[in-house]
Design a protein around this ligand. Structure first.
Ligand code: C2E
Ligand code: MG
Ligand code: MG
Length: 575
């Protein structure tokens, strides 16, 4: 990659060439002779006591030629200072480049291309207008290829230059380390972004020190960095990775805090990439390194992970690809909401709908929420996605109200969305913006290991219920369900997971458990919804057991709003 070390000019004084200075007593004839003798001389600087003026070759020629062709003879006795142009073309050396370019653009059209005299401690310099604009454009290019916080090259630089490097070195000899700080989100959440930024800057410094000239560093974004290594084998790449982890042993001390920071590193080597992936280029290598990092995180953080040739990197590489594409999902309108009707088993009428997220990515194709939501929770992207879902559901609710078919909408909410404590106010703001009564909304939460701070979540749920928003506990009966949660979380609905419903018509105890659950939940003042109803027999049993509402392919699949149809009485008569 182009060296980081070539310093970019920061002010106009860094540009141009030192000027030839002559006293103002020199005659026009002598100056004319200087230009004739030195074809490369663009301009001379005329010194007038304390001040300086710029006399360019063009301007002198214009003065001496005269309109009738005998100006040269008339002007020979004039002194240099008499030939200077009236308008000043001087700028101070410490003027920044953008201001200099702006000043040039503000000149009258006929003077816009005149050279500039720059005055500063290193003496007068002559700077051409093209020098100024070339330097400004180099700045823009540099900014587009570098991360402003750490000054390291960014992902774009890696994408632009990695193919050249690997073509030069040969892909098999190229290696990539994908480095991700552990629990960096909690540093930001606990100490604020200023400390977070200081940690990233210090980390970049340690990274640069431990990698040295052995590789090129890149900040991929957030707390993710990469090192591109050329001419490496596994031992050499591992040595670099180990050096990076060692550099984290000393605590970080931003803003007087003392923080222990660890990182997880994924390593991918060109030799590991199978032949057909090789054609896809080094971007595949980065994805493999990302996958190796993810797996190392799952195995315990602060370590180096490598996915070797026979270790099926596909899943991890796919996860890495999904994580990478997630941030563009909201921006590129690749998300949509589908709505699945919920049937009221007592009346046979539609009781409402559940909003379910759909993502069709340009590169990956459709990705199921079960696959991308956990990854969005890891990267934190779920906050933006969750806000989009809420906004979209409220907008849809508004258009159904306006069409005369108001529907109760349930929205799935990730435990991560509770962390900031603002979920109730976010929901209030979104529903007010669209003029939706709070009673038209419900949130669905999935209990699980992700609910770490139960009292904080419970108090937000209470606030929502007080506002009139329904609160459903989703997927009850799947992996992590506990009866304790029914006591501690304020709820208006319990949703029985499809795993229970699946067996309800074949396993007698399942029906018994569900009956007990329905009675318990109803006694607590909440309603029960059965999920994943696919057969009429299941629906009949659920109705007999006193289940309030049901949802599943038997009733209707999740549908786009444009294909949405009302569900009424469809299955009631069959019981
Ligand atoms: P969930 O909230 O339990 O949603 C019900 C899932 O069951 C949906 O899967 C739905 O399409 C599927 N389903 C509906 N009827 C049947 C049926 O009869 N049989 C079977 N086998 N499945 C049925 P989907 O849409 O793939 O969503 C999966 C999970 O992803 C959801 O489970 C929910 O936990 C999560 N999710 C979906 N949308 C969002 C969202 O906007 N935000 C968050 N945080 N999570 C979401
Ligand atoms: Mg749900
Ligand atoms: Mg569910």
């Amino acid at each position: 990659m182009p060296s980081l070390l070539s310093p970019l000019p920061s002010s106009i004084g860094d540009l141009g060439v030192a000027a030839l200075v002559v006293p103002n007593t020199v005659s026009a004839t002598d100056i004319d002779a200087m230009f004739r003798n030195d074809r490369s001389l663009r301009a001379v600087v005329i010194e007038q006591g304390e001040s300086f003026g710029l006399l360019t070759r063009d301007h002198l020629e214009f003065q001496l030629a005269g309109r009738l062709g005998y100006g040269r003879a008339l002007n020979t006795r004039r002194s240099a200072s008499e030939l200077l142009p009236p308008a000043g073309t001087t700028m101070p050396a410490d003027l920044d480049l953008q201001s200099a370019a702006q000043a040039v653009l503000e000149r009258p059209e006929c003077e816009r291309y005149q050279d500039v005299l720059v005055l500063g401690p290193t003496g007068p310099r002559v700077v051409t207008v093209s020098d100024i604009f070339a330097a400004v454009s180099a700045h823009f290019r540099h900014a587009s290829l570098h991360d402003p916080l750490t000054g390291l090259p960014n992902r774009r630089m890696l994408e632009e230059h990695c193919p050249d490097i690997s073509a030069g070195a040969g892909l098999p000899d190229v290696g990539i380390l994908f480095i991700d700080l552990d629990d960096f989100k909690s540093v930001n959440d606990t100490y604020g972004h200023r400390v977070g930024d200081a940690v990233l800057t210090e980390f970049a410094r340690r990274l640069a020190r431990s990698v040295g000239h052995r590789g090129s560093l890149v900040r991929l974004g957030g707390d993710e960095f990469a090192v591109l290594l050329t001419d490496v084998d596994e031992d050499a790449a591992c040595a670099v990775a180990t050096g990076i982890l060692d550099s984290l042993e000393a605590p970080f001390a931003p803003d007087g805090c003392e923080l222990r920071i660890s990182a997880t590193i994924g390593l991918a080597l060109g030799v590991d990439i199978i032949a057909e992936d090789m054609l896809a280029g080094p971007e595949v290598l980065l994805r493999h390194a990302d996958g190796a990092m993810l797996r190392a995180k799952q195995e315990g953080k602060g370590r180096i992970g490598r996915i070797g040739p026979c270790q099926e990197p596909a899943t991890f590489a796919r996860q890495a690809h999904i994580r990478r594409r997630l941030s563009s999902a909201v921006d590129h309108s690749a998300l949509t909401l589908h709505y699945q009707p919920v049937l009221d088993l007592a009346t046979g009428e539609e009781a409402g709908v559940e909003a379910l997220l759909r993502w069709n990515d340009r590169e990956i194709g459709p990705v199921a929420p079960d696959e991308f939501i956990p990854l969005a929770e890891q990267t934190g992207e779920i906050r933006r996605i969750g806000a989009w879902v809420l906004e979209q559901a409220c907008a849809q609710s508004r258009s159904w109200i306006d069409a005369g078919t108001p529907r109760h909408i349930a929205v799935n909410v990730s435990p991560v969305q509770f962390a900031s404590g603002t979920l109730p106010s976010d929901i209030r703001t979104a529903s007010n913006r669209h003029g939706i009564p709070a009673g038209m909304l419900e949130i669905e939460i999935t209990e699980g290991m992700a609910i770490v701070d139960v009292p904080a979540v419970a108090s937000q749920l209470r606030e929502l219920i007080d506002m009139g928003v329904g609160v459903a506990l989703d997927d009850y009966g799947s992996a992590y369900s506990s009866v304790a949660m029914l006591r501690v979380l304020p709820l208006t609905t319990l949703k029985i997971d499809k795993a229970f419903v699946r067996d309800i018509d074949s396993e007698p105890y399942t029906a018994t458990i569900v009956r007990g659950l329905i009675q318990t939940v109803n006694a607590m003042g909440a309603r029960v919804t059965a999920e994943g109803v696919e057969r009429q027999e299941q629906l009949n049993i659920l109705r007999e057991l006193g289940c309030d509402t049901a949802q599943g392919y038997l009733i209707a699949p999740p549908m786009a709003p444009s294909e949405f149809r009302m569900v009424t009485n469809k299955t009631k008569g069959n019981s």
